[in-house]
Design a protein around this ligand. Structure first.
Ligand code: SF4
Length: 392
C-alpha cells in the first residue's frame, strides 16, 4: 500500500462537488509545498517521515498534501479547524514559561494512525479547500496578542501538517515577543525540524506512543525516528518535553515502559521532563477502561529510579505527581491541579528557594501567576475564542 488517496475531499460525510484540481490553486489555503522532490510524474513529499511518493491528482497518507500537475501543494495553509486560549500546562509543558497562556490552533488530518485519538473529529477528517476558511499568519498573531496570550501553539491535530504556515507564522509571533510551540508526534523530517527552528520555533512536546513494537503495530510508524528528532530538537536548542499516553494492553507493560525511559535518557537526557498520562476510552478504542492509577505511579517510580529528574503524571487532577519538586532537595516548588498552577514557591530566577538549585525551566514563571497564587486567586480556566475546544 502506498498510503496515497484519490478521494481527498470527503468531509463530514459529504462529498465535495467534483472540479479540476487546477481550480484548487486559486484557494488561499492551497500553497505550493517547500518540501518535495520530483520523481518522474510523481512527487515525493518531504514534510514527514512517511515520505509519500504521490502520483498526479492524488494525496499522501495524511491527505493534506496533493500532487497537482507534478508539484506538491499543502491543502491546509491557514485552514484553522480549532482555536482556543489554553494554559501552557495543558500541552502539557510544565517547564516552559509556567503559568503562561498560548493561543492554540489546529487544522485537519494526521500522519499517524492511532485508534485512540482524542481529537479524531479533526485528525481523521481530511481538509476540504473548497469550503475552508482562511486565517492569515498576521491575523492569528493579532488574535493571540489581543487575547492576552504569551505565545502561539500548534496542536490538536498533527502540527507538522501545518509546516508551511508555521514557517510564516512564527517570525511574526517572535517579532511581537510571543513564544512558539508545537504539540507533535515528532514524525517530521529533520529538514522540516531545522526549518521550524530557523523560523522561530521555541518548544516541542513530543508524543511518544510507546515502545518500538507498539508504535509500529498501532501507529504504523518507526519510533526511532521520533527519538532521533527529540535529540535533534535538543541539539538545536529547543525546549523539549516528552509525553507518553499509557494505554492498558498497548504500551503499559513494564518492559515497554522501561524501553521508553531508556530511550528518553539516551536521546532527551535526565533533565528533560517526561509525562505519563492517563488514557480514557475514545474514538475506536472503547474496549478498555482508563489506565489504572497504580500503573501510572509505577511508571513514575521506574523513571525516577532510572534517573529522570522531572517525571509527571497527567490526566490525574490533584495527584501529587502533577507537582514540581526540586530534584536536589525535594522541595515542593509548583503545585498544580490539572492545568492550573495553584501554588508557586519557585523563585522568579528559577532557583529552588530551599537549596538554591537551578531548576531546568525555559523562560520564567509568569509574574501574573505568581502574584495570583500568592493572593489565592489562581484561575487557569480555558477561554474559548471560537470554534471547537479540543481535548489535547
Ligand atoms: S506530510 Fe507526511 S503523510 Fe502527508 S503527504 Fe507528506 S510525507 Fe505523506
Amino acid at each position: 500500500m502506498d498510503g496515497t488517496s484519490d478521494d481527498p475531499f470527503m468531509s463530514g460525510g459529504v462529498e465535495a462537488v467534483p472540479a479540476t484540481h487546477r481550480e484548487l490553486l486559486e484557494k488561499l489555503t492551497v500553497r505550493e509545498s517547500r518540501f518535495y522532490t520530483i520523481e518522474g510524474e510523481k512527487a515525493r513529499c518531504l514534510t514527514c517521515e512517511r515520505r509519500c511518493l504521490i502520483p498526479p491528482g492524488r494525496t499522501g497518507y495524511c491527505r493534506t498534501r496533493m500532487n497537482i500537475e507534478g508539484k506538491i501543494y499543502t491543502l491546509v495553509y491557514g485552514d484553522i479547524s480549532s482555536i482556543s486560549v489554553n494554559p501552557i500546562e495543558k500541552k502539557p509543558f510544565f517547564h516552559f514559561w509556567p503559568g503562561s497562556r498560548a493561543l492554540t490552533v489546529g487544522s485537519w488530518g494526521c500522519n499517524q494512525s492511532c485508534s485512540w485519538c482524542q481529537n479524531f473529529e479533526i485528525s481523521k477528517t481530511p481538509p476540504n479547500p473548497r469550503t475552508a476558511t482562511y486565517t492569515s499568519p498576521e491575523d492569528l498573531v493579532r488574535i493571540a496578542s489581543s487575547s492576552g496570550c504569551h505565545g502561539v501553539s500548534l496542536s490538536f491535530n498533527e502540527p507538522t501538517l501545518l509546516l508551511e504556515y508555521a514557517l510564516d507564522l512564527f517570525p511574526f509571533a517572535k517579532s511581537l515577543g510571543l513564544n512558539t510551540s508545537y504539540v507533535s508526534n515528532g514524525y517530521m523530517t529533520v529538514e522540516a525540524l531545522q526549518r521550524l527552528k530557523g523560523s522561530g520555533l521555541d518548544a516541542v512536546k513530543f508524543d511518544v506512543k510507546g515502545d518500538a513494537e507498539a508504535v509500529r503495530r498501532f501507529c504504523d510508524a518507526d519510533v526511532s525516528l521520533v527519538w532521533r528528532n527529540v535529540r535533534e530538537a535538543k541539539g538545536l536548542g529547543m525546549h523539549v518535553e516528552v509525553v507518553v499516553l499509557l494505554i492498558p494492553g498497548i504500551n503499559d507493560k513494564e518492559e515497554s515502559i522501561m524501553e521508553v525511559i531508556q530511550r528518553h535518557l539516551e536521546y532527551a537526557g535526565y533533565d528533560t521532563p517526561i509525562h505519563f498520562t492517563r488514557f480514557h476510552p475514545d474514538y475506536q478504542m472503547l474496549d478498555r477502561g482508563p489506565t489504572p492509577l497504580e500503573k501510572l505511579e509505577r511508571a513514575y517510580s521506574i523513571a525516577k529510579k532510572q534517573g529522570v529528574d522531572y517525571v509527571y503524571l497527567g490526566n490525574c487532577p490533584g495527584h501529587r505527581y502533577e507537582d514540581t519538586y526540586c530534584h536536589s532537595c525535594g522541595e515542593l516548588l509548583i503545585k498544580r491541579r490539572a492545568f492550573k498552577i495553584i501554588d508557586c514557591k519557585l523563585r522568579e530566577d528559577c532557583l529552588c528557594p530551599a537549596c538554591g538549585q537551578r531548576i531546568p525551566i525555559t523562560g520564567r514563571i509568569s509574574l501574573e501567576t505568581k502574584t495570583a497564587c500568592a493572593a489565592g486567586l489562581m484561575d487557569g480556566d480555558d477561554e474559548r475564542v471560537q470554534g471547537t475546544l479540543c481535548k489535547s
